[in-house]
Design a protein around this ligand. Sequence first.
Ligand code: AHR
Length: 499
Amino acid sequence: NQAAMIVDKDFRIGEVDKRIYGSFIEHLGRAVYGGIYEKEHPEADEQGFRTDVLQLVKEIDVPIVRYPGGNFVSGYNWEDGVGPVERRPRRQELAWRTIEPNWVGLNEFVDWCRKAGSEAMMAVNLGTRGPEEARNLVEYANFRSGTQWSDLRIQHGYRQPHGIRTWCLGNEMDGPWQIGAKTAVEYGRIAAEAAKVMKWTDPSIELVACGSSGIGMPTFPEWEATVLDLTYDHVDYISLHTYYGNRNNDSGNFLAQSMGMDKFIHTVIATADYVQAKKRSKKKINLSFDEWNVWYHSNEADGKIKPWQIAPPQLEDVYTHEDALVVGCMLISLLKRADRVRMACMAQLVNVIAPIMTVNGGAAWRQTIFYPYMHASAYGRGTALVPLIQSPKYDSKDYTDVPYLEAVAVHNEEQGEVTIFAVNRDLNGALPLSIDLRSFGPCRILEHIVLEHSDLKAANTADAPDRVKPHNGGNATVTDGSRIEAALAQASWNVIRVK
Ligand code: AHR
């Protein structure tokens, strides 16, 4: 029952685009109000942003943050969120049945991103609105001056254009739950027309077309084929969304679900390349996995929340150790297709299905899933290398031949380091692993970080924020110049850093 891995610097998958470590802030629950922003909080800065939260976001080092939705964006008037706060309207927010006070909007969010060291990824409303409002927003955000919308931005106190590079053409437009949901043809046409005028307004922007809301949607992958057929020349990325859960308390099956993510990515690439072939185009469409995470713990509680409140505690999943392992596997899935997955957003960042939790007026802390996300963002930059793996396998309810070892390596040429990210899916025992780093010459272990816990259901909470946290006492050792041996603890996430 031994696993083996060959890591060779010439077996390159591709350069990792750091934007795969992106995240997402939606006007939903306490993500904005009580999350990134809380005017009355003792640690709020002059703009009302929580500096304790900013600190944790910086720890992860999040390069890009999608905003303002999600389902929210499909009913949003971006103009409601700019200009003097006291004149902004309060509105019934139909996607999540809350009241939106518009205390935070585009300009404040861009300020917050600067403070967090992130870049904004903006979504436009293609549910209730269309190309006209989308191009006005690009003009407001990115045009220098001398036009109605750019001058309005300047009047609002922002002389310099924001220079927002990445834009999403709507959100989950295939979903019947979406405000203004569309068929693939309806969406493909409006997305193409919005894309044209947005790029004419600012030719430097990149655009993401909506793919299916999930691999299980009845129109997948025909949706992707039709949408790309209608938008191919005008867009740069197609989006993917996926959430996993352990509703039947079958942890072996839960941990295997990232294999579904591999299949999803593979099928979307195949579909995009099919459209490329059909169009005889030189252009490749890349993937933006702009919503991914574990999401299920809060489903029942959400059904009981009274509608029409400002920032109620919606989608507040409290994550367990096993959730962190699934998140680790999902990060590995993204890295395994680093050649085509150029952006990804863990959904979301604060309070709402998030690695960071807060109490209103109180503390902020790291959930279990914070750790694999932070490790990947810190050590997963460079060139992703093909994981040549031999591993014992198991069968679960939905998957056969699930390897106990899920792993990938990233070579950071600049630092002269290789990092191996590895999950041991075995819930009952350690997994001996031998890593052959043949092309790297003699190596030494910088550290072997391990996230493990005897209780798969252990979670971090306000009163015990450090119940689950990593240590760097893993047992990886160099045995023979460039061969590493380790025993990966049962049900563990591992980061083996080698120089
Ligand atoms: O991230 C939560 C929600 O999940 C988003 O608003 C929506 O796009 C998806 O269904």
